[in-house]
Design a protein around this ligand. Sequence first.
Ligand code: OOG
Ligand code: MG
Length: 261
Amino acid sequence: MLDSTTITRLSNIVDAAQSAPHLMVKLSDQAPGMTIADGYAVQDELASRWQARGRRIVGYKAGLTSRAKMVQMGIEAPVFGLLTHDMAVPEGAEVPFAGLLHPRVEAELAVVLKAGLSGADRSEAEIAAAIDFVQPALEIIDSRYENFRFDLPSVIADNTSSARYVLGGRACRVADLDLHSTGIVMEKNGRLAAAAATGAVLGNPLRAVGMLSAWLAGRGRSLPAGAVILTGGATEALPLAAGDVITARYQGLGAITVRFS
Ligand code: OOG
Ligand code: MG
């Protein structure tokens, strides 16, 4: 693992690129030998800094959990990041394009927990029992790396490209849904742009919650009640331009629309 002086140096680079958004060179090019664990060490350091600045951590996101996303990014392993209160955009609000670098949008299923969840090997029933409701979500990702090109340690250090997210549509109980085959259609400026079923995410997006719980357990942590979890894009992410209107329609769960001003 990299020494703590190097983790601090890398954290300073990412912190600057996220705070006053600008593109940076792939972190692993600036620290040869950087590992996945080093990427999470940078993410942890940034999380402490955010909290010291009054940003509240409200949940987690899983990324690269669908084949479409893995193929798009050329990375074959899921990643985990943090959600803060100020990344949330209310449904129906306009998202200012200013302050974003080269954003993309993903249609995801969001999960909100009513009970804590801990440990590895949680069954689907145990995961479902901890869930308050699931709801459609759009995640706006905005890698701070040039051309959205990165490797695993670098994207993890950049909090897995997170920028904004919107929860919308209808909140539903897990028991009322078939999370293997719920359809999702994404429209860009009124035209079909991508489509998938929720099962594109690990066969059932609840598995992303189980993986997240297992990953946290390996670090002596757990998911608290109330946590919001984004389970990962079901289709490839769509590039955005100022003026775009994105609508994601979820079978039985309503629709979310976001407008980029
Ligand atoms: C990494 C984040 C991926 C998802 O839902 O798969 C992600 C990226 O593609 O920049 O959020
Ligand atoms: Mg995502």
